[in-house]
Design a protein around this ligand. Sequence first.
Ligand SMILES: [Zn+2]
Length: 242
Amino acid sequence: MFTLLTNKIETPTCPRCEEAEETWDHIWTCNQNEFNIKDVIENTIIEIEKNYITKGQSHETEENNIQQNDDDVLKIIFENIETFNELKVEFVLFLDNKSVILPNKKRYWELLRGIYNKNLNNLGKNKKGSKAITRKLWELCYDNMKKEIWHKRIERTIEIEKAEGITKGDKRKRKREDKTEKNQETTTKKQKHNKNIENIKKQEQRQIIKLVTYERSIGRSLDTGRKDERWNTIQKLIPLDK
Ligand SMILES: [Zn+2]
């Protein structure tokens, strides 16, 4: 059902940060990633909640044609929003636990490998639609990992390779203009360095925003709007590290 993301890597050094070998692990943890793994999981949940709220509003205005596709995908969740509200926290905590099959890894690394941990089926026990909702949540997270980390890595790598390719071409054309060429190279490197710093800054900012958004997202029940009593306990249980 899902295509496994393979770990065939041609470049030994990560072209994005130039700080580490571009191993399977590094691809997902590179400081040049716009989002880290946990961001993607949390954002997936936040997105679903946003859709749910939008859906409620668009029903009143009858402008829900555009949302139709999302509705179909999220139908199982929208129809059992109470189950989802309870499940989402369990889901995040479950994935944040140590993996049994992958040494020294948390369970979200299983998800990255396309492994569906069968214990996920026990989440939200006895609640209506819990199994289907967990499955859907897992699928959406998996797709978003590909979209937000994997695909962006590929795009950025191509960008870098293109930029470096142009530099090489210039070298051949302008053999006599050594000075200009050197200046150009320095500029490219500088630009790249600045871009890297920019991305790190973005990441740091996002950590702060994430804390606020996530608190809102799991701290409050969507159907009642009431504050979830368990939030204080939950907050301590979730290490919001990178
Ligand atoms: Zn890197």
